[in-house]
Design a protein around this ligand. Structure first.
Ligand code: ASP
Length: 295
């Protein structure tokens, strides 16, 4: 039996002037809850979805309940997930009206022949799947990104949640969910719902990205990292190289990654990245700022 591991993030938009005490407590609670699930034998895919659901429901991060609206005042949410054991994937883009976009992404994977549904088609599908609706957006969404969204217009400031999981059978999975960048144009879709860009899992690594999605899409950031591991690089080197490239292009953000040995990487080039992990020795660590590589 493999010793399980997990890493989650609450976005790389963290700002030094803001206090994250609530998020730190919450991230630890989520990791503890998911540690129990993994020890009980839950699959990496189920735990990745459940982790993201807890992050979406909290209203503390810019995903699910914590979402911010687009320039027209609408809440268009993106999410995706990928199962490393089967390389099956599911995604929704620009989904309106539902509390948990990651559950919609899971349903696309499980109940359609497709990988991604977008816009009204995604919403009609989510309704048929009887997923929980947002009845009153003005009172439901918490706009958790206040204090992280104060960059000049056009700088693509952001927030997202994600998870990478290794289960006791040695399977990897990744899931990511977001409201996208602040002040985005209606219809804008970032990296989060695009397998290979914002989310990836295969037999070698699981990756979930956060940052200015326009850059992550252009270098297939999540898949690039995992494929580099498959080619023989260490997880940490592969992850650092991806974020290095994002930085060279002028982009900002970070990623979390986990390999099949349970090694963890969490590089970012933004001020901070909310994140927490469970390592294979059962230790739980929570961080927002100080970057530390994990070889
Ligand atoms: N990557 C997300 C996007 O571009 C935003 C984020 O991670 O904060 O939509």
């Amino acid at each position: 039996m493999v010793r399980p591991a997990l890493i989650l993030h609450g976005g790389a938009g963290a700002r030094r002037e803001r206090n994250y005490d609530q998020e730190v407590v919450h991230m630890r609670q989520v990791v503890e809850a998911m540690q129990a699930r993994l020890v009980a034998g839950a699959s990496a895919l189920d735990v990745a979805v459940e982790t993201v659901v807890m992050l979406e429901d909290s209203g503390l991060y810019v995903a699910g309940r914590g979402a911010s609206p687009n320039l027209d005042g609408e809440y268009e949410l993106d999410a995706s997930l990928m199962d490393g054991a089967t390389q099956k994937a599911g995604a929704v883009a620009a989904l309106q009206g539902f509390k948990n976009p990651i559950r919609a992404a899971r349903a696309v994977m499980d109940h359609t022949p497709h990988v991604m549904l977008a816009g009204q088609g995604a919403a009609r599908f989510a309704a048929r799947q009887k997923l929980d609706r947002v009845e009153d957006p003005d009172n439901w969404f918490t706009r958790a990104g206040k204090g992280e969204d104060n960059h000049p217009p056009g700088t693509l400031s952001h927030g997202t949640v994600g998870a990478c999981v290794l289960d006791t059978q040695g399977r990897l999975a990744a899931a990511t969910s977001t409201a996208g960048v602040f002040g985005k144009m209606p219809g804008r879709v970032g990296d989060t719902p695009i397998p290979a860009a914002g989310t990836w899992a295969d037999g070698h690594a699981a990756v979930s990205c956060t940052g200015q999605g326009e850059y992550f899409i252009r270098i297939a950031a999540a898949a690039r990292t995992a494929l580099s591991v498959a080619a023989g690089h260490s997880l940490n080197d592969a992850a650092q190289a991806t974020i290095g490239l994002i930085g060279q292009m002028g982009g900002d953000g970070g990623l979390i990654a986990l390999d099949r040995e349970g090694r963890i990487a969490d590089p970012f080039n933004s001020q901070g990245m909310k994140r927490a992990w469970l390592d294979t020795d059962g230790r739980i660590v929570v961080r927002v700022f100080n970057d530390t590589p994990h070889a």
